[in-house]
Design a protein around this ligand. Sequence first.
Ligand code: SAH
Ligand code: SF4
Ligand code: F3S
Length: 470
Amino acid sequence: MERKDVLVPAEDLARQRDFQEKIRRMFEARQAHPRACVDTFGCQQNVADGQKLMGMLQEMGFTLTEDAKEADLVILNTCAIREHAEQRVFGNLGILTHTKKENPEQVICLCGCMAQEERVSKRIKESYRHVDLVFGPQALWKFPELLWEVYETHKRVFSVQDEHGTIAEGIPVVREKGVKAWVSIMYGCNNFCSYCIVPYVRGRERSRDPQAVLAEVRELVEAGYKDITLLGQNVNSYGNDLDIGYHFPDLLEDIDKIPGEYLIRFMSSHPKDATYRLFDVMAKSSHVAKQLHLPVQSGNDRVLHEMNRRYTRAQYLDLVNYAKRVMPGLVLTSDIIIGFPGETEAEAMDTVSLVEEVGFDALFTFIYSPRPGTKAAAMPDPATREEKQKWFDKLLEVQNAKSAALHAAYVGETVRVLVDGESDDPEFPLASRTEGNRLVRLKGDKSLMGKFVDVKITGSNTWALYGEAI
Ligand code: SAH
Ligand code: SF4
Ligand code: F3S
């Protein structure tokens, strides 16, 4: 697709603003004060999409609520990554039959990654007749128009065409309270890892223009945001579709020049596209956190090949060794899948040995979940759930011991943290994050909120550090 076809034209976005205005006036004429509830599942990309939905809803005159019962409009912004995620959404949809019975005017929308699956949209069409509007991630920018159609026609609306996907700049965003912000730098995925549904539901890779990203980060820093995460399914292929010889490390270098007191993080990184240059740029930059989430998935070459990951165990180890060499103290995390179809116990133990060898600070671990339509879902999968669980438990045991040991080594040290939340532990009422994104529960008062402070670490466990401000 040509670049000009990827960017949504300004006049099309202006039309969407007209629909927002129409909806606002419709409620005003009824002297109604509509309320909307947006329930987001899944990854940070979906969280960022949810913030755009909320932005558009505010422009339409909606107040936001977290209670679906009192909402005039309920949106489930869904995730399709594992079966469990989908079951939760179907459970929630079941509950919404009751809220709609009490309030027949309630409008129910299903969007996000599940909505883009044909199997799901069919099931909604046939069996969840209380759902009024279904649209996939590629249609997000058309939400005002789709919602207007629901209000005007009182008919069910489905917008789930399989599309390459576009980029819509300038959609309003409702951000979380506090100092954290998400910035999508690209959308979609081209990688087709054999187990993964994302490329089927999020369209092809497309990168935002560097100037648009830079302007957004600059605005956020000026507005006082201090912990900014750049998002993409694989940020390391940022820019490939721009054809201007500008890549992710270039973007990081340019962002780093923005003055201010803030940290830049990014996720996710695909090892096949991670380069020494990326790590060199991270190492010498002053705002990029020395933190890397580099999903490895497996430590066995046959399994990596079947997963279509396009790197080997040795290549992965070489990358992390280089990254650690140029960034001493780097906080390194990863994603792992146990029980990929055909994986043997010995192969799963290769993953455990890789985890031991690398010494990750933390892991996100998953048992393989077949996703209909993906290549892996059609592969023979002889290992039982019990076997996979046993391998999984072994992995957790190794990682938890490692995390606990790494955390214990912080005790007595002084570290700089960003105070970003409260906790329900009365002894340690504040939550904060180190540059590496380690959670530190803190003694101290609320006046520290949103500030960078030096703290002395006094205790630790597998999941967190404990400390006090000095
Ligand atoms: N784009 C990111 C991953 C997004 S999904 C990346 O490539 O790093 C987040 C994680 O979910 C993946 O890294 C993988 O570990 C896990 N995952 C994806 N599909 C899965 C499946 N079918 N079953 C189990 N885990 C899965
Ligand atoms: Fe899925 Fe692989 Fe794309 Fe990540 S890189 S979203 S795991 S296909
Ligand atoms: Fe889920 Fe879609 Fe993210 S499938 S993990 S919400 S990209």
